[in-house]
Design a binder for this molecule. Structure first.
Ligand code: GTP
Ligand code: MG
Length: 645
């Protein structure tokens, strides 16, 4: 069965709740105080079936003091019933609620002229004209306007037909999107515990699922799901949903938080957006403090204008009836997605002044009063020429990948930040790669330019290093990373090196070097190298100390030092504690011990004295060598002697 969520809207006392009750048999005013005062204070809910259509009503208060509650209700609706009492016609909250619906881009709706029993036919026609005037050019232009009386029941059937007609044109919500349920009520139910309700705006909520309450990322477990008071294995996008949660107390959740898939949203206090200021409002100043409403959340924040400052124009502001790119700075975190509609109300008095759509829920910090920032915002905007959301979002993703720079843009952020449905992510990545705007490296995207520049930087750094230190084989990988890509993503760096190796431009062993690089020794250094190597080779297990080396080579300390380092990098010499041994001497030592073991069998043991005698070395060399052999697992120390392994 197709289900649809219908919100009411309209001035106080115009008969919204009475109409919902007449249509569903349920009084949406559930609070004691509401019944006592005869007004709606908070959201009310009721449902019915009309023409095989599952209709859930969200009834809102008309009182100007409770517009914030109204805003928490209209966020997820598919269709609005604008309620206008025939005996009062259009009133202030008729306009304000209608403005809110327009700014939120509620997709469809119709008008109920209530209390038709109180007026004559002529008055009905007058009110109809006033409604037409109000809605001209809006989403309600041409929508059905149906006179009804909740008291006599007149017009209710015609209203149901009109509602079914409008509903038929409303398309469903993204069931396969990420799970997102803005919470509008939290309560505790005896025998169940914590229950939250809301309109599931995308995705699914399944019994036993692990979800999270955001902001805060508190993990919760779904114990049960109800849709219209009936238990279901799961609820899907577009349904009014009640969720019984395990692992959390009622006090830990508030209206305005959102039930989400764990890790699918990143909390934010910053968003770039398009802003439309209402025609009747005062100009919205740069830096103005406002009330930001999105989903069921209300947050305080400030609005900054994006774009270069026009010095002659005085204090920048967005004029009534105009549009601008803005950065919203919220005082507390919330979860937002690209494409979310929002409302701004003045801080005081709290009246609706503007609204718009989120373009980037996690923009980079930095200057926004520049032409570059304005250009960036333009590229993020939803392009009316684009063939659809995916194309627009892909263009926005390209901007966000540029923002990310060397750090890389996680593929997962294509959903959480760029607003793509999970099913569209692969197509988006393909499009970006094909267009040459991005390179994919594992789970991150970087711009082609960063990747190419990184390769150039690696080659340049190596060239410079080889010129400065011709004796060095190259730069260790970590050092090269820190030098050319310090804040860059390690995977991107590895991929760039791999690409350069593949292209034959560099070699990557212990150190990274240009493929053309050969360690170049000056004739003196080369002479010293040959001599020093021979001295160590001849010395075997009794290597020379510094004094002997200096005397025998007659080279300067600096030359000896350079050559010793080179020989160690080349693994010709091996350092053991403070001593250096020729690699061949150590290899031969190991080979002899292996031979000894072969001849002596399992009983093969050696102690320090035997070792000294057998290899003709003093204790000074014997101890470090034996410990080296232990580390190399050629021997194992047992008491005073060693077992040959
Ligand atoms: N005669 C007549 N009275 C009606 C009709 N519909 C509602 N009323 C009366 O109008 C008053 C207000 O009705 P509600 O349905 O509470 O109005 P509301 O729009 O829900 O008011 P708020 O939620 O406070 O904004 C009540 O006393 C109703 O009995 C109608 O069709 N005919
Ligand atoms: Mg009411």
């Amino acid at each position: 069965m197709k289900s649809i969520i219908v919100g009411t809207a309209g001035h106080i006392d115009h008969g919204k709740s009475a109409l919902v009750r007449a249509l569903t048999g349920t009084d949406p005013d559930r609070l004691k105080e509401e019944k006592a005062r005869g007004i709606t204070i908070d959201l009310g809910f009721a449902h019915t079936t009309i023409d095989g259509l599952d209709v859930a009503f969200v009834d809102v208060p008309g009182h100007e003091r409770f517009v914030k509650n109204m805003l928490a209700g209209v966020g997820g609706i598919d269709l609005v019933v604008l309620v206008v009492a025939a005996d009062e016609s259009v009133m202030p909250q008729t306009r304000e609620h209608f403005d809110i619906c327009r700014l939120l881009q509620v997709p469809a709706g119709l008008v109920a002229l209530t209390k038709s029993d109180l007026v004559d036919a002529e008055t009905i026609e007058l009110v109809r004209l006033e409604v037409r005037e109000l809605t001209a050019g809006s989403f309600l232009d041409g929508a059905p306007i149906v006179p009804v009386s909740a008291k006599t029941g007149d017009g209710l059937d015609a209203f149901r037909r009109a509602l079914a007609g409008v509903s038929a044109r409303v398309s469903g919500r993204p069931v396969d999107g990420v799970t997102r349920l803005p919470i509008d009520r939290v309560f505790s139910m005896k025998g169940f515990g914590t229950v939250v309700t809301g309109t599931l705006v995308s995705g699914r909520v399944r019994t036993d699922a692990e979800l999270a309450i955001a902001p805060g990322e508190q993990r919760v477990k779904v114990r049960g799901v109800q849709v219209h008071g009936v238990s279901r294995p799961e609820a899907v996008a577009g349904q009014r949903t009640a969720v019984n949660l395990g692992g959390i107390e009622v006090d830990a959740i508030q209206r305005g938080q959102t039930l989400v898939g764990p890790g699918t949203f990143v909390e934010t206090r910053l968003a770039d957006a398009i802003l439309d200021v209402l025609t009747g409002a005062k100009p919205l100043r740069h830096g103005a403090r406002v009330r930001f409403h999105q989903g069921t959340a209300e947050l305080l924040g400030r609005v900054s204008l994006v774009g270069p400052l026009d010095a002659s124009a005085g204090m920048p502001a967005v004029a009534a009836g105009s549009r601008a790119f803005v950065r919203l700075r919220l005082e507390r975190p919330t979860v937002l997605a690209r494409g979310d509609r929002y409302i701004l109300r003045a801080y005081s008095p709290a009246i609706t002044i503007a609204g718009g759509v989120i373009l980037d829920p996690q923009p980079p910090r930095g200057a926004i009063r520049t032409s570059a920032a304005l250009e960036r915002a333009r590229r993020l905007a939803f392009d009316p020429e684009a063939s659809g959301r995916v194309e627009s979002d892909t263009r926005a993703a390209a901007v966000m990948i540029e923002d990310a720079g060397a750090a890389g843009f996680p593929v997962s952020a294509l959903s959480s930040r760029a607003g793509l449905a999970p099913g569209a992510v692969d197509a988006c990545v393909d499009a970006l790669v094909k267009a040459g705007s991005a390179a994919r490296v594992g789970d991150v995207l970087v711009t082609r330019a960063i990747f190419d520049e990184l390769k150039r930087a690696v080659v340049a750094a190596l060239g410079e290093h080889h010129r400065a230190q011709p004796l060095s084989e190259g730069i260790p990988r970590d050092e090269l990373h820190d030098r050319v890509f310090a804040r860059g993503h390690a995977d991107v760096f590895d991929r760039a090196l791999a690409a350069l190796v593949e292209a034959g431009a560099i070699v990557s062993r212990d150190r990274i070097a240009l493929a053309t690089h050969r360690v170049a020794l000056s004739p003196e250094d080369e002479q010293a190298r040959q001599l020093i190597e021979r001295i160590f080779r001849d010395a075997g297990l009794k290597p020379p100390d510094a004094g002997t080396l200096a005397a025998e080579t007659r080279a300067t300390a600096a030359t000896i030092d350079r050559v010793l380092k080179l020989l160690q990098r080349q693994k010709v010499l091996v350092r053991i504690d403070t001593l250096l041994f020729h690699d061949e001497a150590l290899k031969q030592l190991k080979a002899e011990l292996t031979a000894l073991k072969a001849s002596a069998g399992n009983a093969a043991r050696i102690d320090v004295a035997t070792f000294k005698e057998r290899f003709g070395v003093s204790r000074k060399f014997a101890i470090p060598l034996l410990e080296y052999l232990d580390r190399e697992r050629v021997t194992r120390r047992m008491g005073d002697s060693r077992v040959l392994l």
